[in-house]
Design a protein around this ligand. Structure first.
Ligand code: UDP
Ligand code: MG
Length: 318
């Protein structure tokens, strides 16, 4: 018999968990009835400050065959929560899903069939639109996806959700990537394998609010670009060479003008402008380089990506 683990990261989601469980369990019962797949839900409480961990523990007590949990010692972020789930999943298929029901549970069946009958290694969900999302967020997301595709050369699909089902083999490949600066939307296309995309209409959150502030999203986007592209560093070097050539030309011009006209005072304003302009550009580029160095520093520390405070994995049946 085949097994499926659904990894569900939760951060301050006490209002959503029971509702999520009621909805997902119907689909999981169907999966068992029609395809004999035994499923298990692995909740990862990502350091919630509300009652998420209590709600999850109670569910695990009530339905020990179906629910297990990992409670992280603080909020490590969704990527780390997912990684914690990946490290502790033993099933044949692994799925990632948000708890706010923005990921339609019934797609799980199509995902399973895509892998089982059509030979895909991964079946992932993609929103057709961003209805209900603030305009500025949508524009930002579009620009980000365009940039990261151009810079990384990877097929990072616009509107792609983390919601997907993958095979054990694909999970092992994901686990073989040991980097700390994890950007799953890039890691999945990077490891390759065959992915099928299922499109669906955007769903708004049932309860609670998004856990991503705009600034968190900007840093997430920067992390993604730095993790998958060295193009900004190369662009800086090319810019440096071009500006060096231009300043050599300018120097030649100034020297020749001095020899011909002997006019030492004129040109101060433009000189000041030039100094200011070039030094400000230098600051900007040193910042970009610093960003990469910061990431290298973090990677070199080899810190664990999450710390578990409590878990129910001894109860896990799958
Ligand atoms: N989440 C998490 N840790 C975080 C932020 C979010 O585990 O630091 C979880 C959250 O509880 C939800 C999922 O990740 O299950 C997606 O978060 P959210 O719905 O806020 O993101 P959005 O759908 O707005 O992109
Ligand atoms: Mg959401």
């Amino acid at each position: 018999m085949e097994s499926l683990t659904i990894i569900v990261p939760c951060f301050n989601e006490e209002q959503n968990i029971e509702n999520y469980y009621t909805n997902i369990i119907k689909v999981l019962d169907n999966l068992f009835a029609h395809y004999q797949v035994i499923s298990n839900i692995l909740f990862i409480d990502d350091g919630s400050t509300d009652n998420t961990s209590e709600v999850v523990k109670k569910l695990a007590l009530d339905f020990p065959e179906k629910v297990s949990y990992i409670i992280l010692s603080r909020n490590f972020g969704k990527e780390a929560a997912l990684y914690a789930g990946f490290c502790h999943s033993k099933a044949d298929y692994i799925s990632i899903m948000d708890v706010d029901l923005q990921d339609p549970p019934e797609l799980l069946i199509d995902m399973y069939l895509g892998i089982k009958n059509e030979g895909f290694d991964c079946v992932a969900a993609r929103r057709k639109n961003r209805a209900g999302e603030p305009l500025i967020r949508s524009i930002f997301a579009k620009v980000f996806y365009y940039l990261i595709r151009r810079l990384s050369g990877l097929q990072i699909v616009d509107g792609a959700r983390d919601y997907r089902m993958i095979t054990r083999q694909m999970l092992d490949a994901i686990l073989s990537l040991k980097e700390s600066n994890r950007f799953s939307k890039g890691l999945f296309p990077w490891i390759g394998f065959k992915t099928k995309w299922l499109e669906y209409e955007n769903m708004e959150r049932t309860l609670g609010s998004t856990k991503w502030s705009f600034s968190k999203l900007v840093f997430y986007a920067l992390d993604g670009i730095v993790a998958f592209s060295s193009v900004p560093l190369i662009a800086v070097s090319i810019f440096g060479i071009i500006s060096m050539l231009l300043s050599l030309l300018l120097m030649a011009f100034v020297i020749i003008r001095k020899i011909i006209y002997d006019d030492p005072v004129a040109g101060w304003p433009s000189l000041v402008c030039l100094i200011l302009f070039t030094s400000s550009i230098q600051y900007f580029f040193i910042g970009i380089i610093g960003f990469y160095i910061g990431k290298i520093y973090n990677e070199s520390k080899h810190r664990p990506q999450f710390i578990i405070k409590d878990n129910s994995l001894t109860l896990q049946k799958v």
